[in-house]
Design a protein around this ligand. Structure first.
Ligand SMILES: Cc1cc2nc3c(=O)[nH]c(=O)nc-3n(C[C@H](O)[C@H](O)[C@H](O)COP(=O)(O)OP(=O)(O)OC[C@H]3O[C@@H](n4cnc5c(N)ncnc54)[C@H](O)[C@@H]3O)c2cc1C
Length: 353
């Protein structure tokens, strides 16, 4: 089948990757493949540390089960090595009594559901990370959580597109030309494009094409070098994520529209937050600070819509790197076998109307 994918963040490219591997003829159209949130994401695969439950946890578990194989196939096709740890990658910390209580309750619930959770306490945490602040009140490791270098993952997806013969065209899609309830074509600045099926993954910019309540939530994130860490330190003050040769320190959460500027307030918050988690970071080298836009929705859940000849996958908010393989899988299952995943019903945008 001929498929057009609009948007080249992790969501669009993961779909393009799976569909092209399955033998479909795929074209990606994107306005600017470097503006996506996917390039600056922390890359934590952290549904438990985010205290997710119910359908968001189900979606996350589907993704976590797919992740090892997704990375393996992507490395094979792209011929790039991707920094990835598939389990026990995150040390979840609590610094306030309120957070301590919330995580204790959540961890108990997860244990009752049969998930493996290790409760370490401050002393246990310091055995793993000796330089941790002595203000830490609690620490946990949720077995299934991972950490991937999102930037490298994006590089690999772009390389994979080339190796699979998927063309990435630069154009800004300004209008969808509807034929009754189906997409007839998409109109860009340069020309019109038509296809048998369309996947729309325009992230924070979704409202320019669909009537969906998706808005940008700005995040600033800092890169530093020179301090070694064995695991992600995830806390309410800041998260510090080890990658191959550097650290990511994140992230601010700002309602600032599409303002890409790096601010002293934002950088200051990341520096003071992370130093209060790991004081030994003071001697690390600051490499840069970048910003991106999380595609947010009012209920912080994604939007998965299935139309007559299209799918819209957006609103991935804080977890798009985590949820990418599941979005690609349910789209592929639909195209290959006509199988409509429950997630298309659960996360349909009709819940807002
Ligand atoms: C600071 C920060 C830290 C994060 N940390 C994590 C994390 O640790 N773990 C995690 O799972 N998630 C994390 N996220 C969230 C994650 O980055 C996003 O959920 C995910 O990247 C969204 O991917 P996307 O493909 O939907 O959108 P994007 O990556 O934003 O890509 C959208 C693409 O669509 C294109 N586009 C838009 N409109 C059009 C149009 N009309 N025509 C053509 N092209 C168009 C854009 O140019 C862009 O390339 C973080 C986000 C931020 C900002």
């Amino acid at each position: 089948m001929n498929v057009i994918v609009v948007g080249s963040g992790i969501i669009g490219l993961s779909c393009a990757f799976e569909l092209a591997l399955a033998g479909h003829s795929v074209r990606v159209i994107t306005r600017n493949y470097e503006e996506g949130a996917s390039w600056v994401a922390g890359g934590m695969l952290a549904p438990f540390s985010e205290l997710l439950e119910d359908e968001l946890l189900d979606l996350s578990l589907l993704s976590l089960d797919l992740y090892d194989d997704f990375i393996r196939r992507l490395e094979e096709v792209s011929r790039l090595k991707i920094f990835y740890e598939g389990s026990r990658a995150i040390l979840r910390l609590a610094f306030s009594h309120q957070m301590l209580e919330s995580i204790e309750d959540y961890a108990l619930k997860m244990k009752e559901k049969g998930f493996s959770v290790e409760e370490l306490g401050p002393e246990g945490a310091r055995k793993i990370e000796p330089h941790l602040s002595d203000e830490v009140l609690g620490a946990w490791i949720f077995e299934k959580e991972g950490n991937v270098d999102a930037e490298r993952l994006m590089d690999a997806l772009i390389f994979a597109m080339e190796n699979l013969g998927v063309k990435i065209e630069i154009d800004d899609i300004v209008e969808i030309l509807w034929k009754d309830r189906a997409v007839g074509a998409v109109k860009g600045y340069k020309k019109e494009y038509s296809s048998d099926f369309y996947v729309f993954a325009p992230g924070s910019w979704s409202r320019s094409l669909f009537e969906v309540p998706v808005y940008p939530q700005k995040g600033q994130i800092l890169r530093a070098k020179g301090v070694e860490l064995s695991r992600v330190l995830f806390s309410e003050r800041a998260y510090i994520i080890p990658k191959d040769g550097y650290l990511l320190i994140g992230a601010t959460s700002e309602d600032a529209g599409f303002d890409t500027r790096i601010t002293l307030e934002g950088a200051g918050q990341l520096i003071s937050g992370s130093l209060s988690v790991l004081p030994s970071l003071a001697k690390a080298e600051l490499v840069d600070v970048r910003s991106g836009f999380r595609p947010a929705t009012p209920d912080e859940k994604p939007i998965f819509d299935l139309g007559e000849n299209y799918a819209l996958l957006t609103g991935h908010f804080r977890n798009g790197i985590l949820w990418a393989p599941s979005g690609a899988k349910i789209t592929l299952d639909y195209l290959e076998r006509g199988e409509v995943s429950e997630f298309f019903r659960i996360f349909s945008s009709s819940r807002f109307s």
